[in-house]
Design a protein around this ligand. Structure first.
Ligand SMILES: Cc1cc2nc3c(=O)[nH]c(=O)nc-3n(C[C@H](O)[C@H](O)[C@H](O)COP(=O)(O)OP(=O)(O)OC[C@H]3O[C@@H](n4cnc5c(N)ncnc54)[C@H](O)[C@@H]3O)c2cc1C
Length: 410
């Protein structure tokens, strides 16, 4: 019987998973990769350790236009499937508090076992081949792709070009152009899991400081996103996991307006009463101490001294004689520090790209509803996940489903 010929455009996480899955099902597979080698981005994931999945898995950890569609996909490829898949490839998976990593804690291991399987299955890999044309043949029997010089024809094509995040790894947004050319709608994209820039110049004084707290983003006075964790202060603004997590929400608002207010609470474990009590318990420390000394012991010193300055106090004045309202203002700032986000770091710094191919136009099997025999996988689709292994899970899950369907006899 003639084997189905599947072309996979993009040799990233989702493309390699799709290629391997299709080959396991008997297809003759070719990966067309724009870069010099496959899987470049994988090497930088999880700070070089590759957080490849998470034990907590459901659609609530993802964003996208069609949650039901997403749920159905995740149900068909749960986390256990990732562990089983890599187990079959010979790689042990380590669980660190629910976050999954290769046992070696080396992202290169993930790429190694994928490449070994690609080789063992006889999948053809064409590198330095950047697809810039895609179209169904006139009779609709084949899908043609081209880099402008060499043409290929396949029975099925899986588009797995990634989004726009970290373009140095190859994902430069060209997948969106190819999808658009096929007639697909692209949900507007913004960088996600990325650092945020703030209007407040004085943040320079606390650059390098890290502090556990809660960050809330406000839109028209309402809290639209809130995250807890270690916030990092930088020359230009704020960073850290909680900031990354809410960046996609903030960045979509920034598309509409110039600034987004965020409120930082650096005492998130205290309720109002406990915080009042803390202040009352410390009141006696005013005696014989300067303002600087009085506020010692609460938070990172640079942060406290910034709040002292912002409240109009002098570090060296006697706390007993200091203005009561200003002292209260310092305590207030610790819990209600308002910053104005007026930008974000670019796609170069983003871990992921929000937006993409509208999933309403894609079947549960990842096939285009517009051009049959074309499939999608990975970040190219309008699905992005939170930090914690969710984006790679999506790459494995969607790659697997696309690979299964593309290799299936119709
Ligand atoms: C620094 C960093 C750290 C990260 N850490 C984690 C983590 O620990 N856990 C996690 O879950 N996620 C992490 N992510 C996100 C995760 O890596 C991505 O979501 C995932 O790799 C997306 O896979 P993909 O296959 O869709 O796209 P990509 O991995 O981007 O692969 C797309 C491939 O397609 C190729 N390509 C693009 N256009 C064309 C074209 N026209 N023709 C031919 N080839 C083309 C590209 O060269 C590339 O090789 C991280 C991302 C970054 C940038």
């Amino acid at each position: 019987m003639k084997r189905i010929r599947v072309g996979v455009i993009g040799g990233g996480a989702s493309g390699m998973m799709a290629a391997i899955t299709a080959a396991h099902r008997g297809a003759e597979v070719t990966i067309l990769e724009g870069g010099e080698r496959v899987g470049k981005k994988l090497l930088s994931t999880g700070n070089g350790k590759c957080n490849l999945g998470n034990l907590e898995m459901s659609e609530q950890y993802f964003y996208g236009s069609t949650p039901e569609w997403l749920r159905s996909a995740l149900e068909r490829f749960p986390t256990e499937e990732t562990v089983r898949f890599f187990g079959k490839l010979g790689m042990l998976v380590k669980n660190k508090g629910g976050y999954l990593y290769p046992a070696s804690e080396q992202a290169s291991t993930v790429l190694d076992v994928l490449r070994q399987e690609v080789k063992a299955l006889g999948i053809r890999v064409v590198t330095a081949y950047k697809v810039n044309e895609i179209a169904p043949s006139q009779n609709g029997g084949q899908i043609r792709v081209s880099d402008g010089k060499t043409n290929y024809s396949f029975d099925r094509v899986i588009l797995a070009c990634g989004g726009k995040a970290a373009p140095k790894t190859g994902s430069d947004g060209s997948g969106y152009r190819l999808a658009r050319r096929l007639g697909h709608k692209i949900v507007p994209t913004v960088p996600a899991l990325v650092q945020l820039k703030c209007r407040e110049d004085y943040l320079k004084a606390v650059a390098g400081v890290r502090c556990v707290g809660e960050v809330k983003a406000l839109y028209e006075g309402n809290c639209v996103a809130g995250e807890r964790g270690e916030i990092q202060f930088t020359e230009y603004g704020i960073s850290g996991i909680p900031v990354f997590q809410l960046s996609r929400t903030v960045n979509y608002i920034l598309e509409e307006q110039q600034e987004v207010d965020v409120i930082l609470d650096l005492f998130p474990d205290y309720d109002e009463e406990a915080y009042r009590q803390l202040q009352a318990d410390r009141a006696h420390l005013k005696t014989g101490r300067t303002v600087e000394e009085f506020f010692t012991g609460l938070l990172n010193k640079k942060l406290m001294m910034l709040f002292v300055k912002l409240s109009g106090l002098k570090q060296q004045e006697q706390a007993e004689r200091a203005d009561e309202k200003a002292l209260s203002a310092v305590y207030h700032l610790c819990r209600h520090w308002e910053l104005h986000v007026n930008g974000h770091k670019s796609y170069d710094n983003a871990q992921v790209c929000a937006g993409g191919v509208d999933t309403a136009e894609v079947t549960a099997e990842m096939e285009s509803k517009i051009v049959p025999k074309v499939y999608f996988a990975g970040e190219l689709l309008d699905v992005d996940g939170r930090c914690g292994g969710y984006n790679l899970h999506w790459a494995w899950c969607s790659g697997y489903l696309a690979g299964c369907a593309a290799a299936e006899e119709k």
